[in-house]
Design a protein around this ligand. Sequence first.
Ligand code: IPM
Ligand code: MG
Length: 335
Amino acid sequence: MNLRNYKIAVVPGDGIGKEVIPAGLQALELLAKLEGFSLQPEHFDWGTERYKRENALMPADGAEKMKQFDAILFGSVGAPDVPDHLTLWGLRLAICQPLDQYANVRPTRILPGIQSPLRDLTGINSKLLDWVIVRENTEGEYAGQGGRSHTGLPIEVATDVSVFTRAGIERVMRFAFELAKSRPRKLLTVVTKSNAQRHGMVLWDEVANQISKEYPDVSWDKMLVDAMTVRMTLNPDTIDTIVATNLHADILSDLAAALAGSIGIAPTANLNPERQFPSMFEPIHGSAFDITGKGIANPVGTFWTIQMMLEHLGEQAAADRLMKAIEKVTGDHLL
Ligand code: IPM
Ligand code: MG
């Protein structure tokens, strides 16, 4: 028996997810052949169509079902005729939270052949933007706590309560310091809004300070999230690894992808670093209904996502081969 056999749960989801995931699987099958491992993909038709049919995007035991897999390959979720908060909470977050995928990793680089909107980042200077964003992925502003009451009255109330726990911050902070340490520059920027949000964000700062003592070889600094957008735009070369809360990193990662020239090719990994549960890998772009069905969806985001999945599975040679292929395609302007 081939010990390097991976059970992959495949959830294409909605929109162009159904187009890019099959393309990604083709690449994955080929890599398996070339590098001598095998795959057992299993498909799940979860998403908005199922929601319209059965009133749920996935079965109640969906997350539980995922636990027997080595990894989850996810396309996208969302449709124009279903509110986004239903689709997001019904599928993507309904997998990330119970599987405790607390470290969301978003690498950003300007790939060969891709033009950044930043005028100075051309040619060899395009290498100056090389970041990885670590997004806290299970609590914070996406904790899911809050509610609505007094419906329809002028005093109607709605709350979304951000939840920051010491345990939650410590683990993502340690992950970010480890990641920063593994990269050549060993440089971490901790992003918060601890001037205005004086409880949770101050706890972030305190925990960052505490964990930094375990990593004397990592240089680190703090930025407020608003100022961080300016630094990313004007001094991209002063940044390497970034760690931020769920919402802040969500916003910064869109900016990062735009500054790197395309959100269409950006990948992400939702990691459970302890491997207690499977991790989930997805392109960032979303379901893109405006181009669905036209055959023009760009699968490069999925390829890069699969590269991250292969690294996580320990298939470094296949991951490197795939990254080389991606860079050849972008460099040759085949996009
Ligand atoms: C992302 C996306 C999602 C998020 C959307 C689809 C709700 O923007 O993965 O960054 O905010 O988490
Ligand atoms: Mg986002």
